[in-house]
Design a protein around this ligand. Structure first.
Ligand SMILES: NC(=O)c1ccc[n+]([C@@H]2O[C@H](COP(=O)([O-])OP(=O)(O)OC[C@H]3O[C@@H](n4cnc5c(N)ncnc54)[C@H](O)[C@@H]3O)[C@@H](O)[C@H]2O)c1
Ligand SMILES: [Zn+2]
Length: 241
């Protein structure tokens, strides 16, 4: 069986995508039709969609909140949390997912580069931070407003918007010696470039998933299989007790 050797000096950067939550019952984009949970991205996940039809955007993200709340972390989320508990601050996880299955599995050093389903923020960039919000809205009239008057929107990076905390991500990638990428098609940028950045600083790069990603050639190792089946038992820690 394939193993990923992690030495006492190694620093691990994990990037996850929709595939890691697939075995928890949350749909990925379907490669052939580009739909997410039956919706066209441009209708529900762009700044234009928000301007044109905020009720439709909230209906979509309310449904995503509802399914994420009933989903449970799977063995892939759990194994990554266990790895963090063993190597501590030599571990960092960046997820493209907006669900909270990594934190519910126990991951602490975690960054949601595309936002979080369980938060909302002001649609005007008025400077107030995102707030916790797990509400499932039946209509737009239920959606609150910021003290500045702006309508609250999902704390989600829409397609065409800048991912969050890119400086911190770049600093973490520069330090990493092993990049592990799980369940992402390699089609959404800048996340699809992370593996190249890690290679430039000499890191080993491993992809885990049932099919090769679009940027497969950038990886030094491919572990083929479903995340929840192959990740448990995959890491071999060396030189540690
Ligand atoms: N759960 C979520 O939060 C969620 C779900 C769908 C989409 N999204 C958003 O949409 C974008 C999607 O891009 P993406 O690259 O993450 O997803 P994607 O849907 O483009 O690709 C999913 C990838 O997961 C792989 N996969 C499928 N089943 C798997 C399994 N059991 N184990 C491991 N891999 C598996 C597929 O082969 C595919 O390469 C992201 O930006 C994300 O924010 C989020
Ligand atoms: Zn505001």
């Amino acid at each position: 069986m394939a193993e990923i050797q992690i030495g006492a000096q190694d620093r691990v950067f994990v990037l996850t995508g929709a595939g890691i939550s697939a075995e928890s019952g949350l749909p990925t984009f379907r490669a052939e039709d580009g739909l997410w949970a039956g919706y066209r991205i441009e209708d529900v996940c762009t700044p234009e969609a928000w301007q044109r039809n905020p009720a439709g955007v909230w209906a979509f993200y309310s449904a995503r909140r509802q399914s994420a709340q009933s989903a449970q972390p799977n063995p892939a989320h759990q194994s990554l949390a266990k790895l963090e508990s063993e190597i501590g601050d030599r571990f960092f996880l960046c997820t493209q997912n907006v669900d909270d299955l990594h934190e519910r599995a126990g991951t602490k050093r975690l960054l949601h580069m595309h936002g979080e389903l369980a938060k909302s923020r002001c649609e005007r960039e008025c400077g107030r931070p995102p707030i916790e919000d797990r509400a499932v809205y039946a209509s737009l009239t239920e959606v609150g407003r910021c003290p500045c008057g702006g309508r609250m929107r999902p704390h989600i990076v829409f397609f065409g918007e800048m991912p969050l905390e890119m400086n911190r991500i770049q600093r973490e990638i520069a330090k990493t010696t092993i990049m592990i990428v799980v369940g992402t098609s390699g089609s959404v940028y800048p996340a699809a470039s992370f593996v190249q950045w890690a290679r430039q600083s000499g890191a080993r790069t491993v992809y885990i998933g049932p099919e090769p990603p679009l940027n497969a050639e950038a990886f030094t190792q491919i572990v083929s299989g479903k995340a929840g089946e192959v990740i448990p038992g995959l890491f071999a820690l060396q030189g540690m007790r």
